[in-house]
Design a protein around this ligand. Structure first.
Ligand SMILES: Cc1cc2nc3c(=O)[nH]c(=O)nc-3n(C[C@H](O)[C@H](O)[C@H](O)COP(=O)(O)OP(=O)(O)OC[C@H]3O[C@@H](n4cnc5c(N)ncnc54)[C@H](O)[C@@H]3O)c2cc1C
Length: 398
């Protein structure tokens, strides 16, 4: 095996939400540390705003900014894609053939969208009424088809895999309902939500409020249903019953698909992976369970929390503290308790801000009952959080 072609104190794989935040925080905590970020994309996307792009509130361009503007000046940016890990030799290999050595490694390469896991779906989002808020390339199609539908059926899916932002499938359902009412065609368009989950939301406090929202909006719900195939020529979506019952064939005029998701293939086949393919870390310290020089956070980690940017915001300072403690020869003492947040948009100008921990216990930030729909929380999501993200979190300041 050839020696590493370059070497850094800390190598970060993935310069997305987690990678940029950790790089900025590491360099703020320890100026002069030699940090490299391996990230192939020239553009960084603020994905949480895609819900409102799909609902026609913003154009998709608002979510995209040059990666270079957010890469810390003191970090080395390696514009390549990681293919492989060798944690015994402390080296990663890139698609350009570089072998990058490290003392500590942080893995945060996000989650993989597996469109081909649904028969007939690959390449269809963006045409024939099929749309998705889950990719920059397809998010504008949601608004295009929503604006255009006059009658028939709008169907919204939720796959039986972990997904980023578990609330996003229902948020676009509520915006669609609201939009159709404002346009005066809601009585001609059925709104159908078909989810693999057993109920509308996993945390009881918010579930109770959301069930009222669904009832008020007269949304037809089917739980424990998994989209297994689409037939674009006849505009049919086929759902299996996860409890062993009969298949459901639904004719659609608009089909909003949340693709099945999983650990990126290059991680799942590596020595770092858990049985399920995620980077296997301790759920409190974020340190790898077998390779103490490896840490992970965000969507590709095995952390059993809801996969959101809000979770990353709380994970990043814990990871940085523990990584620096490890470098100093100390035991990691910072703890992450599973905080995640889901800003559940329930219509234009309305939002329930769910915040909870590993045990599903609400951990709310505001001194009022966050399970109630509020304009103030909608304004927080639409206008304040993007600013805090670009100017605070990615700069390592919050
Ligand atoms: C529609 C939608 C709505 C959402 N709503 C919310 C919300 O309201 N609130 C919230 O907090 N979160 C929300 N999220 C989730 C949030 O965007 C993610 O949880 C967050 O971005 C995860 O950060 P990450 O760094 O783990 O992954 P990402 O930010 O996705 O970054 C992963 C990075 O890894 C890079 N990468 C991939 N493969 C490789 C490789 N082989 N080598 C090197 N680099 C690689 C990618 O290019 C990317 O830059 C939403 C997401 C979507 C799609």
């Amino acid at each position: 095996m050839s020696a590493a072609t370059q070497h850094h104190d800390v190598v970060i794989v993935g310069g997305g939400t987690a990678g940029l935040t950790v790089a900025a925080r590491l360099l703020a905590a320890q100026p002069g540390l030699d940090v490299a970020v391996i990230e192939p994309s020239e553009t960084h996307y603020y994905q949480p705003i895609w819900t409102l792009v799909g609902g026609g509130v913003f154009d998709r361009e608002i979510s995209a900014r040059p990666e270079a503007d957010y890469m810390p000046a003191e970090a080395s940016w390696i514009r390549e894609r990681v293919l492989d890990f060798d944690p015994e030799a402390r080296v990663v290999t890139t698609d350009a053939g570089a072998r990058v050595g490290y003392q500590q490694l942080v893995v945060c390469a996000g989650i993989q969208l597996n469109w081909s896991a649904v028969d007939g779906l690959e390449g269809q989002a963006g045409q024939g009424g099929i749309c998705s808020n889950y990719a920059y390339e397809t998010v504008s199609s949601t608004w295009k088809f929503l604006r255009g539908i006059e009658q028939g059926r709008a169907v919204f899916t939720f796959p039986p895999t972990p997904i980023k932002c578990g609330g996003a499938p229902q948020k676009i359902t509520y915006l669609a309902d609201d939009h159709l009412r404002r346009r005066g065609v809601r009585d001609r368009v059925e709104v159908v939500y078909c989810a693999s989950t057993a109920s509308i939301f996993g945390v009881d406090k918010y579930r109770r409020s959301l069930e009222k929202v669904v009832g008020r909006k007269q949304i037809e719900t089917h739980f424990r249903r998994n989209l297994i195939a689409v037939r674009p020529s006849s505009r049919e979506a086929i759902f299996e019953d996860l409890d062993g019952g009969q298949e459901l064939v639904v004719k659609y005029d608009l089909l909003h698909v949340v693709p099945p998701q999983g650990a990126p293939d290059f991680i799942a086949r590596s020595a770092l992976a858990s049985d399920a393919g995620w980077v296997e870390v301790d759920k409190h310290t974020l340190q790898h369970t077998r390779y103490p020089d490896v840490f992970s956070l965000g969507d590709c980690s095995s952390l059993p929390c809801a996969k959101t940017g809000a979770a990353v915001r709380k994970q990043a300072p814990v990871l940085v503290d523990n990584l620096l403690a490890h470098r100093a020869g100390e035991a990691p003492s910072a703890r992450y308790h599973g905080y995640s947040s889901c800003p559940l948009v329930t219509g234009y100008g309305k939002l329930i801000l769910a915040e909870f921990d590993y045990d599903g216990v609400p951990t709310e930030s505001f001194p009022f009952d966050q399970s109630q729909e509020r304009y103030s929380m909608y304004a927080l999501k639409a206008y304040a959080l993007p600013e805090l993200y670009w100017n605070g979190m990615l700069r390592g300041r919050m």
